[in-house]
Write a protein that binds this ligand. Structure first.
Ligand code: PLP
Length: 396
């Protein structure tokens, strides 16, 4: 094992690097979660997180990983035996699909090749056939973290509206919230699922459900047997800034700081920064002569890039070489992509020089691991960053 100095490069697509400001915010004494000081914190984060989801509706905050918030979305609104439409965009869509099946939902999975997002036309086509409105929800992963593909949620909504279909729209934004444009209200989403450990720059441990009025009405009328995930238990105490059980107080301090940082930069600037870093990364990959997994330019993810290795080369061996030589963690290929792709995370608390360090590490690693490529990808990204440097907001 090489002894490493300096900071580790955590360039997986989440958990992301936690900025010092957030670490300091978390590093405080835990307070009485039923006292007035907590109430101020609770009210502040519950109001602030709505602005990040771009919604006027309530957002539930769970002390759970994103998987918990997936379950919460399903069990509050749907009953066992309900029909649900999902799209096979990658590993995370497949996991959500498996969960829905385990919960007794009848899931139709629109097949996919893990290189494209949800096809709005395929959703429309399926809904058009459902004259009796037996499909109760359409569930999409906005940014498929396993593939680096961002689905066009506003277009899925339009397709549903064009069919005048009443199904709820549920969207997973675990790796897009706070990095790629997302509008819960404007896009007519009923339940948005989010997580703390990616664009929000926090450690893992919090997850979210943003809820529309229609979703709330569905939950009041039905849903499955549930207890911990029940929205109704949360909403009353949340109105006063409290939680029905012990909240993750110190992560909430971190969340308050994360919201402040995102708002100081401005959400539009946050999205533009990610778009610029996504573009620089793709230009580097193209220069190396390697393939970006995502096949539709409209769906390139600005949060991460999944890179396909040439046949006969193992992406995990490449990642291991990079970790050993340069102390940088890159994302692995998940599910059926294991060994075939590696993923470069460029989301969260990130800037031009962090991206250049990352891309330099990838380029050196390709040489070290004997992966055939052309040199100069990092240079191309640097040229792109230099030519667009006025376009990025200053890092807070
Ligand atoms: N959905 C997406 C898009 C994800 O990227 C992840 C995790 O990376 C999950 C769901 C699952 O979240 P968690 O691992 O926090 O339970």
């Amino acid at each position: 094992m090489t002894l490493h100095t300096g900071r580790h490069f955590l360039q997986i697509p989440g958990p992301t690097n936690v900025p010092d400001r957030i670490l300091r915010a978390i590093d405080r004494p835990t307070i009485d979660h039923r006292g007035p000081e907590f109430q101020e914190l609770g009210a502040s984060v519950l109001a602030g997180i709505r602005r990040i989801f771009q919604t006027e509706s309530p957002v539930i905050i769970y002390p759970a990983s994103g998987t918990g918030a997936w379950e919460a979305a399903l069990v509050n609104c749907l009953s066992s035996g309900d029909r649900v439409l999902m799209a096979e965009t990658g590993h995370f869509a497949s996991l959500w699909h498996k969960m829905a099946q385990r919960l007794g939902l009848k899931v139709e999975f629109i097949p996919g090749d893990w290189r494209r997002g949800v096809d709005p036309a395929a959703v429309a086509e399926r809904l058009a056939k459902d004259k009796a409105h037996t499909i109760k929800a359409v569930c999409c992963v906005h940014n498929e973290t396993s593939t680096g593909v961002t689905s066009r949620i506003a277009e899925v909504r339009k397709a549903m509206d064009a069919e005048r279909h009443p199904a709820l729209l549920m969207v997973d934004t675990i790796s897009s919230l706070g990095s790629i444009e997302y509008r819960h209200d404007a896009w007519g989403v009923d339940v948005t699922v989010g997580g703390s450990q990616k664009g929000l720059m926090l450690p893992p441990g919090l997850s979210f459900n943003a809820i529309s009025k229609k979703a709330l009405a569905a939950a009041e009328k039905g849903g499955m047997a549930r207890s911990f995930w029940d929205w109704s238990d949360m909403l009353g105490p949340n109105e006063k800034g409290f939680f029905p059980y012990t909240p993750a107080t110190n992560l909430l301090y971190g969340l308050q700081e994360a919201i402040a940082m995102l708002e100081e930069e401005g959400l539009e600037n946050v999205f533009a920064r990610h778009a610029r870093h996504g573009e620089a990364t793709r230009q580097a990959v193209q220069s190396w002569g390697l393939e970006v997994l995502c096949q539709d330019e409209r769906e390139y993810s600005d949060a991460l890039t999944a890179v396909v290795l040439p046949d006969g080369h193992d992406a995990d061996a490449f990642r291991a070489a990079v970790l050993e030589a340069f102390d940088m963690s890159l994302g692995s290929g998940l599910g059926k992509l294991q060994g075939r792709v590696f993923r470069i995370g460029h989301l969260g608390s990130f800037n031009d020089l962090m991206l250049m360090g990352t891309l330099a590490g990838v380029e050196m690693g390709l040489s070290l691991a004997g992966v055939p490529h052309q040199r100069g990808g990092a240079q191309r990204a640097m040229d792109y960053l230099a030519s667009t440097s006025g376009n990025s907001a200053a890092e807070p």
